[in-house]
Design a protein around this ligand. Structure first.
Ligand code: FMN
Length: 335
């Protein structure tokens, strides 16, 4: 499939996730075959004010191309000025009050005219494809996803991602894939579906039932990046790839850790790694104590020690789905 002229190697996207989809995370996801990865959302206001940390979020030096950069904001002029990358994605779903107050994120769902002005401005400002990510509406009474999808398509966007919940629903209950199916049928541009994709079979079933062009993996890959590999294989060759053994999972966490330390350095890296290690150890019996220890990791040596201890406990191959899917949303500025 293609977004504009960018051909994607697989229909598996990595969802934009604030505090998660940084350069090391995207690098591993692409190595596992993801067709497209997206940065964390980046405030257009902060970019225009040349905020250093926001520029870091836009660092694409480690990325396989194409890569998508997600911008957040409600001011058409500022959004247009901030835009740049292979693909620019506009965030129209973030529910966080501080984002909504700036007219960005999901507040654009309440104001489709403004959403279209933002989209038009960004489409007009960049030579690369522009996409948008929406939720189903602001709340149960205003599920305007079909209006949003068709009007945004008319502004010239070249792809749409739909998270099958309203702003009011945040992350519960289950995503409404029937609504995503309706969006797929209503527009001609590629549509990616987002919500509750926890296994490769989930993605197969959702694509079959909804007709979406791509799946967007979110919380299902927190601590389980291997799901990218499994999903890509199921969707492209039909191959069923087993879950990782404990030893393999530790090796993956170690590799992720090495990349994070390399990217952020020995001072900042270990703290950033805490949640990733804790997520990675989730679901394996016997790992609960280690997860507590992870919370005080401060140095590369601490990281190495936790992983050595983890390696030593050998809890077998069991991995409980229920345990692996609690969210990251509580700990992050989730959209
Ligand atoms: C920790 C976290 C951070 C997120 N940050 C963003 C974001 O920056 N931009 C965005 O459009 N969506 C964001 N999302 C929403 C996801 O992209 C995705 O649409 C949502 O989690 C639904 O998929 P899931 O049920 O598979 O998790 C975030 C979600 C989580 C859990």
């Amino acid at each position: 499939m293609k977004i504009g002229s960018s051909a994607l190697t697989s229909p598996v996207y990595v969802a934009p996730m604030a505090g998660v989809t940084d350069a090391p995370f995207r690098k591993i996801a692409r190595e596992f075959g993801a067709g497209l990865a997206c940065t964390e959302m980046i405030s257009s206001e902060a970019l225009v004010r040349r905020h250093r940390e926001s520029f870091r979020l836009m660092d694409l030096g480690w990325d396989q191309r194409p890569v998508s950069v997600q911008l957040m904001g409600g001011d058409p002029g500022v959004m247009a000025e901030a835009a740049g990358a292979d693909i620019v994605d506009i965030n129209m779903g973030c529910p966080v009050p501080k984002v909504v107050k700036t007219s960005g994120g999901s507040s654009l769902l309440r104001d489709p005219d403004r959403a279209c002005r933002v989209s038009e401005a960004v489409v007009g400002a960049v030579a690369v494809p522009v996409t948008a990510k929406i939720r189903l509406g602001w709340d149960a009474g205003t599920r305007n996803f079909l209006e949003m999808a068709t009007r945004l398509e008319a502004t010239g966007i070249q792809g749409l991602a739909v998270h099958g919940r309203t702003r009011a629903q945040r992350y519960d209950p289950f995503a409404d894939w029937a609504a995503i199916t309706q969006v797929r049928a209503a527009v001609g541009i590629p549509v990616a579906g987002s919500g509750d994709l926890r296994t490769a079979d989930d993605s197969v079933r959702r694509i079959r039932e909804s007709g979406v062009d791509a799946v967007m993996l979110g919380r299902g890959i927190l601590g389980n990046l291997w799901l990218v590999r499994q999903t890509v294989a199921r969707l492209t060759t039909g191959e069923v790839i087993p879950d990782l053994s404990w030893t393999e999972q530790i090796a993956l966490i170690r590799r992720h850790g090495d990349l994070v330390l390399d990217y952020y350095g020995a001072e900042r890296g270990p703290r950033l790694l805490r949640k990733f290690i804790a997520w990675g150890l989730r679901g394996f019996p016997g790992a609960a104590r280690l997860r507590t220890m992870v919370q005080s990791v401060c140095s590369p040596e601490d990281v190495a020690e936790v992983l050595e201890r983890a390696q030593a406990i050998d809890p077998g191959a069991y991995r409980s789905d229920a345990d692996t899917f609690d969210d990251g949303s509580a700990s992050s500025e989730a959209a």
